[in-house]
Design a protein around this ligand. Sequence first.
Ligand code: SF4
Ligand code: SF4
Length: 334
Amino acid sequence: MKKTVSFSRNSTNLFFHILTGCNLSCRHCYINRSQHGEQTLPIETIESWLTSFSGTNREANVIFLGGEPTLHPDLARAVKKARALGYKSVTIDTNGYLFHDILDRVTPSEVDFVSFSLDGPTSAVNDAIRGEGSFERCTSGIRAAVQKGFNTSLIYTVSSANIHELSAMPELLAELGIRRFFIQVIGLRGNSAGEGAETLQVDRSLWLSTIPGVAEEAASLGITVTWPKVYLDPDEPFECAGLVADNHFIFPNGRVYRCPLCEDFALHGHEMEGDTLVDTPKINENDMFRLSIPEGCVMNKMIQPDNISYGEGGVPEHRIACCLLKEEMAPRPV
Ligand code: SF4
Ligand code: SF4
Protein backbone atom coordinates (compact mmCIF):
# COMPACT_ATOMS: atom_id res chain seq x y z
CA MET A 1 0.00 0.00 0.00
CA LYS A 2 1.47 3.36 -0.94
CA LYS A 3 1.25 6.40 1.29
CA THR A 4 2.15 10.05 0.80
CA VAL A 5 4.93 11.09 3.15
CA SER A 6 4.37 14.61 4.37
CA PHE A 7 7.30 16.95 5.00
CA SER A 8 9.13 16.42 8.22
CA ARG A 9 8.51 19.45 10.42
CA ASN A 10 10.55 18.40 13.42
CA SER A 11 13.92 17.68 11.89
CA THR A 12 16.68 19.59 10.16
CA ASN A 13 17.88 17.92 6.97
CA LEU A 14 21.26 18.78 5.47
CA PHE A 15 22.00 17.93 1.87
CA PHE A 16 25.66 18.73 2.15
CA HIS A 17 27.62 19.05 -1.11
CA ILE A 18 31.18 18.92 0.22
CA LEU A 19 32.71 19.36 -3.24
CA THR A 20 31.45 19.69 -6.81
CA GLY A 21 34.18 17.65 -8.52
CA CYS A 22 33.31 14.25 -9.94
CA ASN A 23 35.01 11.50 -11.91
CA LEU A 24 31.88 11.03 -14.08
CA SER A 25 29.95 13.40 -16.30
CA CYS A 26 26.43 12.04 -16.34
CA ARG A 27 24.06 13.37 -18.98
CA HIS A 28 21.56 14.57 -16.38
CA CYS A 29 24.01 15.80 -13.72
CA TYR A 30 22.37 18.63 -11.76
CA ILE A 31 25.63 20.11 -10.47
CA ASN A 32 26.20 23.55 -11.95
CA ARG A 33 29.72 24.70 -11.12
CA SER A 34 29.13 28.24 -12.31
CA GLN A 35 26.50 28.49 -9.55
CA HIS A 36 27.90 26.15 -6.89
CA GLY A 37 31.64 26.74 -7.13
CA GLU A 38 34.55 24.53 -8.06
CA GLN A 39 36.04 24.11 -4.64
CA THR A 40 36.48 21.19 -2.29
CA LEU A 41 35.54 22.28 1.21
CA PRO A 42 38.36 21.91 3.74
CA ILE A 43 37.53 19.42 6.47
CA GLU A 44 37.72 22.17 9.08
CA THR A 45 34.93 24.04 7.28
CA ILE A 46 32.82 20.89 6.90
CA GLU A 47 33.17 20.24 10.61
CA SER A 48 32.29 23.76 11.64
CA TRP A 49 29.26 23.90 9.34
CA LEU A 50 28.07 20.53 10.67
CA THR A 51 28.44 21.97 14.15
CA SER A 52 26.44 25.10 13.23
CA PHE A 53 23.48 23.09 11.93
CA SER A 54 23.48 20.67 14.86
CA GLY A 55 23.00 23.42 17.42
CA THR A 56 19.20 23.52 17.26
CA ASN A 57 16.71 21.64 19.36
CA ARG A 58 15.53 19.61 16.36
CA GLU A 59 17.02 16.28 15.41
CA ALA A 60 19.32 16.58 12.41
CA ASN A 61 20.07 14.30 9.48
CA VAL A 62 22.88 14.70 6.98
CA ILE A 63 23.42 13.35 3.48
CA PHE A 64 26.94 13.85 2.15
CA LEU A 65 26.87 14.64 -1.56
CA GLY A 66 29.10 15.97 -4.31
CA GLY A 67 30.04 15.88 -7.06
CA GLU A 68 31.27 12.56 -5.82
CA PRO A 69 31.72 12.84 -2.03
CA THR A 70 34.08 9.87 -1.77
CA LEU A 71 36.60 11.89 -3.80
CA HIS A 72 36.96 14.04 -0.68
CA PRO A 73 39.98 12.66 1.20
CA ASP A 74 38.42 13.53 4.57
CA LEU A 75 34.89 12.19 4.08
CA ALA A 76 35.45 9.56 6.79
CA ARG A 77 36.38 12.30 9.24
CA ALA A 78 33.26 14.26 8.30
CA VAL A 79 31.10 11.18 8.94
CA LYS A 80 32.65 10.66 12.36
CA LYS A 81 32.17 14.32 13.24
CA ALA A 82 28.48 14.14 12.30
CA ARG A 83 28.10 11.09 14.53
CA ALA A 84 29.93 12.77 17.39
CA LEU A 85 27.64 15.80 17.06
CA GLY A 86 24.60 13.54 17.44
CA TYR A 87 23.20 13.64 13.89
CA LYS A 88 20.33 11.16 13.89
CA SER A 89 21.20 9.72 10.51
CA VAL A 90 24.23 9.92 8.25
CA THR A 91 24.05 8.94 4.58
CA ILE A 92 26.69 8.93 1.85
CA ASP A 93 25.42 9.32 -1.72
CA THR A 94 27.90 7.86 -4.20
CA ASN A 95 28.25 6.89 -7.83
CA GLY A 96 29.77 3.65 -6.57
CA TYR A 97 33.45 4.21 -7.29
CA LEU A 98 34.07 4.50 -3.52
CA PHE A 99 37.34 6.41 -3.60
CA HIS A 100 39.81 6.63 -0.72
CA ASP A 101 38.79 3.17 0.56
CA ILE A 102 35.82 4.79 2.23
CA LEU A 103 34.21 1.47 3.20
CA ASP A 104 37.32 0.59 5.20
CA ARG A 105 37.43 3.95 6.95
CA VAL A 106 33.84 4.13 8.23
CA THR A 107 31.71 1.44 9.83
CA PRO A 108 28.09 0.36 9.34
CA SER A 109 27.29 1.79 12.77
CA GLU A 110 28.56 5.22 11.66
CA VAL A 111 26.71 5.33 8.31
CA ASP A 112 22.98 4.62 8.18
CA PHE A 113 22.91 4.18 4.43
CA VAL A 114 25.37 4.13 1.58
CA SER A 115 23.22 5.28 -1.31
CA PHE A 116 24.26 4.35 -4.86
CA SER A 117 23.17 6.00 -8.09
CA LEU A 118 22.41 3.74 -11.01
CA ASP A 119 20.22 4.63 -13.99
CA GLY A 120 19.63 1.33 -15.70
CA PRO A 121 19.43 -2.41 -15.06
CA THR A 122 22.16 -3.13 -17.60
CA SER A 123 25.45 -1.60 -18.72
CA ALA A 124 23.86 -0.69 -22.05
CA VAL A 125 21.16 1.49 -20.47
CA ASN A 126 23.09 2.85 -17.49
CA ASP A 127 26.39 3.57 -19.21
CA ALA A 128 24.71 5.51 -22.03
CA ILE A 129 23.64 7.98 -19.31
CA ARG A 130 26.39 7.74 -16.69
CA GLY A 131 29.46 6.78 -18.70
CA GLU A 132 31.26 3.69 -19.86
CA GLY A 133 32.09 1.18 -17.14
CA SER A 134 29.93 2.88 -14.51
CA PHE A 135 27.38 0.03 -14.24
CA GLU A 136 30.12 -2.45 -13.48
CA ARG A 137 31.84 -0.19 -10.94
CA CYS A 138 28.59 0.74 -9.21
CA THR A 139 27.28 -2.81 -8.86
CA SER A 140 30.71 -3.96 -7.62
CA GLY A 141 30.62 -1.14 -5.07
CA ILE A 142 27.15 -2.21 -3.88
CA ARG A 143 28.29 -5.81 -3.46
CA ALA A 144 31.34 -4.67 -1.48
CA ALA A 145 29.19 -2.48 0.79
CA VAL A 146 26.63 -5.22 1.42
CA GLN A 147 29.39 -7.72 2.09
CA LYS A 148 30.82 -5.38 4.75
CA GLY A 149 27.42 -5.06 6.45
CA PHE A 150 26.38 -1.56 5.28
CA ASN A 151 22.72 -0.75 4.61
CA THR A 152 22.47 0.18 0.96
CA SER A 153 19.95 2.15 -1.04
CA LEU A 154 19.78 2.98 -4.73
CA ILE A 155 18.65 6.09 -6.60
CA TYR A 156 17.35 5.71 -10.16
CA THR A 157 16.72 8.97 -12.00
CA VAL A 158 13.87 8.36 -14.42
CA SER A 159 13.91 10.10 -17.79
CA SER A 160 12.70 9.26 -21.27
CA ALA A 161 16.10 7.57 -21.74
CA ASN A 162 15.46 4.85 -19.14
CA ILE A 163 11.84 4.69 -17.96
CA HIS A 164 11.18 1.69 -20.16
CA GLU A 165 13.88 -0.30 -18.35
CA LEU A 166 12.70 0.53 -14.83
CA SER A 167 10.61 -2.64 -14.53
CA ALA A 168 13.79 -4.73 -14.64
CA MET A 169 15.22 -3.00 -11.56
CA PRO A 170 13.42 -4.77 -8.67
CA GLU A 171 14.95 -8.13 -9.52
CA LEU A 172 18.44 -6.59 -9.75
CA LEU A 173 17.97 -4.70 -6.47
CA ALA A 174 16.93 -7.88 -4.66
CA GLU A 175 19.88 -9.74 -6.08
CA LEU A 176 22.27 -6.98 -4.98
CA GLY A 177 20.83 -6.79 -1.44
CA ILE A 178 19.52 -3.20 -1.69
CA ARG A 179 17.22 -2.20 1.20
CA ARG A 180 15.70 1.05 -0.10
CA PHE A 181 14.88 2.13 -3.66
CA PHE A 182 14.53 5.84 -4.45
CA ILE A 183 12.96 6.53 -7.82
CA GLN A 184 13.73 10.10 -8.79
CA VAL A 185 12.35 12.06 -11.72
CA ILE A 186 14.57 14.05 -14.02
CA GLY A 187 14.64 17.73 -13.12
CA LEU A 188 15.62 20.28 -15.72
CA ARG A 189 18.66 21.75 -14.02
CA GLY A 190 22.40 21.45 -14.50
CA ASN A 191 23.21 19.38 -17.60
CA SER A 192 19.55 18.36 -18.04
CA ALA A 193 18.56 21.97 -18.63
CA GLY A 194 20.74 22.12 -21.74
CA GLU A 195 20.16 21.05 -25.29
CA GLY A 196 17.52 18.34 -25.73
CA ALA A 197 16.06 18.98 -22.26
CA GLU A 198 12.46 18.78 -23.40
CA THR A 199 12.94 15.27 -24.76
CA LEU A 200 14.26 13.98 -21.42
CA GLN A 201 11.08 14.72 -19.48
CA VAL A 202 8.64 11.88 -18.95
CA ASP A 203 5.05 12.15 -20.06
CA ARG A 204 2.48 12.22 -17.20
CA SER A 205 0.52 9.16 -18.31
CA LEU A 206 3.70 7.11 -18.76
CA TRP A 207 4.93 8.15 -15.29
CA LEU A 208 1.61 7.29 -13.63
CA SER A 209 1.24 4.00 -15.47
CA THR A 210 4.80 2.85 -14.78
CA ILE A 211 5.96 3.85 -11.31
CA PRO A 212 3.35 2.28 -8.95
CA GLY A 213 3.68 -1.13 -10.62
CA VAL A 214 7.46 -1.13 -10.30
CA ALA A 215 7.15 -0.02 -6.67
CA GLU A 216 4.72 -2.90 -5.98
CA GLU A 217 7.16 -5.36 -7.47
CA ALA A 218 10.11 -4.02 -5.45
CA ALA A 219 8.04 -3.97 -2.23
CA SER A 220 7.04 -7.58 -2.83
CA LEU A 221 10.76 -8.38 -2.83
CA GLY A 222 11.25 -6.79 0.60
CA ILE A 223 12.46 -3.35 -0.53
CA THR A 224 11.11 0.02 0.66
CA VAL A 225 10.37 2.26 -2.31
CA THR A 226 10.13 6.07 -2.37
CA TRP A 227 9.26 8.26 -5.35
CA PRO A 228 8.15 11.84 -5.92
CA LYS A 229 4.43 12.50 -6.01
CA VAL A 230 4.78 14.93 -8.97
CA TYR A 231 1.04 15.21 -9.77
CA LEU A 232 -1.33 16.14 -6.96
CA ASP A 233 -4.70 14.39 -6.71
CA PRO A 234 -7.60 16.81 -7.32
CA ASP A 235 -8.56 17.04 -3.64
CA GLU A 236 -5.02 17.11 -2.28
CA PRO A 237 -3.75 20.35 -0.75
CA PHE A 238 -0.65 21.96 -2.22
CA GLU A 239 2.17 22.72 0.18
CA CYS A 240 5.65 24.17 -0.46
CA ALA A 241 8.43 22.54 1.56
CA GLY A 242 10.30 25.83 1.44
CA LEU A 243 7.72 27.24 3.87
CA VAL A 244 7.20 24.33 6.23
CA ALA A 245 10.29 22.08 6.27
CA ASP A 246 13.82 22.72 7.50
CA ASN A 247 15.82 21.49 4.52
CA HIS A 248 19.21 22.96 3.64
CA PHE A 249 20.90 22.23 0.32
CA ILE A 250 24.44 23.40 1.04
CA PHE A 251 27.10 24.05 -1.60
CA PRO A 252 30.85 24.51 -1.27
CA ASN A 253 30.69 28.18 -2.23
CA GLY A 254 28.51 28.79 0.82
CA ARG A 255 25.15 29.04 -0.92
CA VAL A 256 22.32 27.39 1.01
CA TYR A 257 19.03 26.70 -0.76
CA ARG A 258 15.74 25.43 0.62
CA CYS A 259 14.47 24.36 -2.80
CA PRO A 260 16.44 22.14 -5.16
CA LEU A 261 14.62 23.54 -8.20
CA CYS A 262 16.21 26.93 -7.48
CA GLU A 263 19.76 25.63 -7.62
CA ASP A 264 20.52 26.79 -11.17
CA PHE A 265 19.97 30.38 -10.11
CA ALA A 266 21.36 32.81 -7.56
CA LEU A 267 18.05 32.56 -5.70
CA HIS A 268 19.40 30.95 -2.52
CA GLY A 269 17.65 32.28 0.53
CA HIS A 270 20.65 31.83 2.82
CA GLU A 271 24.41 31.59 2.74
CA MET A 272 27.22 30.70 5.10
CA GLU A 273 29.13 33.71 6.34
CA GLY A 274 32.00 32.10 8.18
CA ASP A 275 30.21 29.55 10.37
CA THR A 276 26.94 31.45 10.48
CA LEU A 277 23.88 30.95 8.31
CA VAL A 278 22.66 34.38 7.18
CA ASP A 279 19.74 35.55 5.04
CA THR A 280 20.44 36.80 1.52
CA PRO A 281 18.96 40.03 0.14
CA LYS A 282 15.68 39.96 -1.75
CA ILE A 283 14.64 38.76 -4.26
CA ASN A 284 15.35 35.15 -3.39
CA GLU A 285 13.64 31.76 -3.25
CA ASN A 286 11.69 32.68 -0.12
CA ASP A 287 9.76 35.21 -2.19
CA MET A 288 8.89 32.48 -4.73
CA PHE A 289 7.57 30.11 -2.05
CA ARG A 290 4.80 32.53 -1.09
CA LEU A 291 3.40 32.89 -4.60
CA SER A 292 0.17 31.01 -5.11
CA ILE A 293 -0.61 29.83 -8.64
CA PRO A 294 -3.21 27.37 -9.96
CA GLU A 295 -0.43 25.12 -11.32
CA GLY A 296 0.94 24.34 -7.82
CA CYS A 297 4.74 24.65 -7.59
CA VAL A 298 5.98 28.02 -8.85
CA MET A 299 9.51 26.90 -9.62
CA ASN A 300 8.24 23.95 -11.65
CA LYS A 301 6.14 26.34 -13.71
CA MET A 302 9.20 28.51 -14.30
CA ILE A 303 11.80 25.91 -15.22
CA GLN A 304 9.89 22.89 -16.56
CA PRO A 305 6.43 24.07 -17.67
CA ASP A 306 6.14 21.28 -20.22
CA ASN A 307 4.85 18.90 -17.54
CA ILE A 308 1.68 20.99 -17.11
CA SER A 309 -1.23 20.71 -19.51
CA TYR A 310 -4.12 23.11 -19.81
CA GLY A 311 -7.80 22.61 -20.59
CA GLU A 312 -10.50 24.97 -21.73
CA GLY A 313 -9.98 28.56 -20.74
CA GLY A 314 -6.36 27.95 -19.89
CA VAL A 315 -7.18 26.10 -16.65
CA PRO A 316 -4.43 23.65 -15.62
CA GLU A 317 -5.59 20.04 -15.87
CA HIS A 318 -3.55 19.06 -12.84
CA ARG A 319 -1.34 20.67 -10.22
CA ILE A 320 2.34 19.90 -9.72
CA ALA A 321 3.34 18.91 -6.19
CA CYS A 322 6.41 20.15 -4.41
CA CYS A 323 9.35 18.15 -5.74
CA LEU A 324 10.08 17.10 -2.15
CA LEU A 325 6.67 15.49 -1.57
CA LYS A 326 7.11 11.71 -1.72
CA GLU A 327 5.09 8.54 -2.01
CA GLU A 328 6.36 5.52 -0.15
CA MET A 329 5.63 1.82 -0.33
CA ALA A 330 6.73 -0.37 2.56
CA PRO A 331 8.22 -3.79 1.93
CA ARG A 332 5.93 -6.76 2.11
CA PRO A 333 7.14 -9.98 3.68
CA VAL A 334 9.18 -11.90 1.14
S1 SF4 B 1 25.22 12.99 -11.38
FE1 SF4 B 1 26.58 12.55 -9.65
S2 SF4 B 1 27.94 10.95 -10.43
FE2 SF4 B 1 27.01 11.90 -12.21
S3 SF4 B 1 28.42 13.51 -12.85
FE3 SF4 B 1 26.93 14.47 -11.48
S4 SF4 B 1 27.86 14.38 -9.46
FE4 SF4 B 1 28.97 12.92 -10.77
S1 SF4 C 1 9.82 22.53 -5.46
FE1 SF4 C 1 8.24 24.13 -5.56
S2 SF4 C 1 6.91 23.68 -3.86
FE2 SF4 C 1 8.85 22.59 -3.46
S3 SF4 C 1 10.16 23.93 -2.26
FE3 SF4 C 1 10.60 24.36 -4.41
S4 SF4 C 1 9.21 26.05 -4.96
FE4 SF4 C 1 8.43 25.14 -3.07
